[in-house]
Design a binder for this molecule. Sequence first.
Ligand code: SF4
Length: 117
Amino acid sequence: MNNEHRENVCARFCSYYKPDKSMEPACLGFLVVQDLAGKDSLIKIPTPGTGQPDAAADCDLCEYCGYRAGDCDFAAGTEGAPPCGGLIVVRLLLQKGSITAAEVLDSARNLRHAADP
Ligand code: SF4
């Protein structure tokens, strides 16, 4: 895990982030941000307060996340549960036009595939 991305994505945006706990494996939202930002240096991670993530700027990223089945309150539909920081950043980057939904889903599928035994 890239420590700079962990700081910029998890520490700044994720309500579930615990700095004293090992964050491996990370949620898929974070891994997709790390993957896409690593491939394209023009993708800049937004800073908090630069915009509100729009739920409409979404994709089916959670469908591929290993946390979806039982470890994510947002995916479970728990009232008031926010998405992970990675998904928030994905939404902000989608809104900004820095990435496309197709790129997000390609990355999610590839990362999921790579994680399969
Ligand atoms: S919101 Fe939950 S299911 Fe969706 S990517 Fe984040 S951790 Fe995974």
